[in-house]
Design a protein around this ligand. Structure first.
Ligand code: HEC
Length: 102
């Protein structure tokens, strides 16, 4: 399980990636649902094409407010993240974007 280790791997220095992986705040662990590389999993979609789908402010809104309803929803992280941390997550998300399938 990712996020269970107390110490991050030595080769990861990007603060946004460390946040995403749950190493900075244990209540913020995007990888738990979206996978370590953002490719998604049984709990959550692939987020490696979100900037092709949405404007940046929509991505921010999804992170802050959440998305969807019920047990399969994306939770809100508004109270867990400050503006700087949201920015770091955005930068990391941009770094993992892939081309949309034609
Ligand atoms: C508890 C599981 C869970 C966690 C933790 C989680 N997400 Fe999500 N996320 C989801 C689910 C489920 C959806 C799809 C919601 C929907 O479309 O109804 C989603 C959707 C998204 C989307 C939009 C994807 C799309 O194509 O519409 C983004 C961007 C996103 N999450 C980013 C993040 C980030 C960044 C974090 C960490 C701060 C995070 N998520 C943490 C479950 C999670």
């Amino acid at each position: 399980m990712i996020g269970c280790e107390a110490k991050p791997p030595a080769d990861i220095a990007d603060p946004g990636q460390l946040l995403f992986l749950g190493f900075v705040k244990k209540e913020v662990n995007c990888a738990r649902c979206h996978g370590q590389n953002g490719a998604g999993g049984p709990e959550a979609p692939d987020i490696r094409t979100v900037f092709a789908k949405y404007d940046e402010e929509v991505v921010v809104e999804i992170i802050e407010v959440g998305k969807g309803e019920g047990p399969d929803a994306m939770p809100s992280f508004e109270t867990q993240l400050n503006e700087e941390e949201v920015d770091l997550l955005l930068k990391f998300l941009k770094s993992i974007q892939i081309e949309l399938e034609p």
